[in-house]
Design a protein around this ligand. Structure first.
Ligand code: OAD
Length: 244
């Protein structure tokens, strides 16, 4: 067993409150591409042109056609992978209190985690911009774009676009958990997008140990992380689980 994994396992066993912050890297093994780096979505598409709320408001049909349609195809087919399943198992064992996720794919819940904070909202739901009605994404027809609600309003993903605020409850709970945890697992995130990236910093300043799981170093690795468990989220989390 890797020494760094044994160290992480000791920190988790001694902790009273363990929280995970997850990002796109956790879902890569489910076939969902990340945003940054090689093969990332923002390598092909300019986020300011497709993922900013102003771009959506200017031309919702174009954003639906190019970005949202593709995401719907990918997310509709994706299943939880060994990283999601290991995190669900950690919660069941009482070793993980909550998952703060930047992902909008619903895979943590599908794997069985019960306390999941969707920091950037959810792609499982579409919201009418006129009457606020929520429609499950799998029921939305793409025959005519942008799709509309019965009331005639435009449907939009119930996700946070660039330029929009984080849902208040998600932000408040995440800040609370970050301030109170003894260990934060930071998994598969480039830690570049605020305010999500400030959660490990809040945790660190409040005295928590930061355990990063990532294939690559991030801006946190040198200055905030106590341990960097280098590797793919699924493999590392499975080893961690078996060491507990
Ligand atoms: P990124 O795409 O920025 O970063 C993904 C991270 O996962 C990188 O640090 C990779 O090194 C790492 N990674 C890739 N494969 C991995 C694997 N198999 N195991 C472990 N790590 C792996 O994704 P996020 O940090 O989630 O925002 O991006 C944050 C936000 O930026 C997203 O929520 C989205 C995006 O724009 C919104 O949509 C508002």
């Amino acid at each position: 067993m890797r020494e760094d994994i044994l160290q992480a396992s000791r920190l988790i066993r001694e902790a009273h409150l363990v929280v995970a912050l997850t990002g796109a890297g956790v879902s890569v093994e489910s076939g969902i591409p990340p945003f940054r780096g090689k093969g990332g979505l923002w390598e092909r598409l300019d986020p300011m042109e497709f993922a900013h709320i102003d771009a959506f408001l200017r031309n919702p049909a174009r954003v639906w056609d190019i970005l949202v349609r593709e995401m719907k195809d990918i997310v509709d087919r994706a299943l939880p992978n060994s990283a999601h399943l290991a995190l669900a198992r950690l919660e069941k064992m009482g070793d993980l209190a909550a998952v703060i996720t930047q992902n909008i794919d619903g895979l943590h819940q599908a794997a069985g985690n019960r306390d999941v904070i969707e920091f950037h909202g959810s792609f499982a739901r579409q919201r009418c911009m006129k009457c606020g009605k929520i429609v499950p994404t799998h029921l939305v027809s793409l025959k005519s774009l942008p799709p509309r609600c019965e009331c005639g309003g435009i449907l939009r993903p119930d996700c946070v676009f660039f330029g929009e605020a984080i849902p208040l409850e998600a932000l408040t709970r995440s800040q609370e958990l970050s301030s109170n945890c003894d260990v934060m697992l930071v998994i598969g995130t480039s830690a570049e997008v605020q305010p999500a990236a400030s959660m490990p910093r809040i945790a660190k300043y409040a005295g928590a140990r930061i355990i990063e799981i990532n294939t690559e170093p991030t801006p946190l690795t040198a200055s905030y992380s106590d341990l960097w468990l280098k590797g793919r989220a699924g493999e590392v989390l499975e080893s961690l689980l078996s060491s507990l």
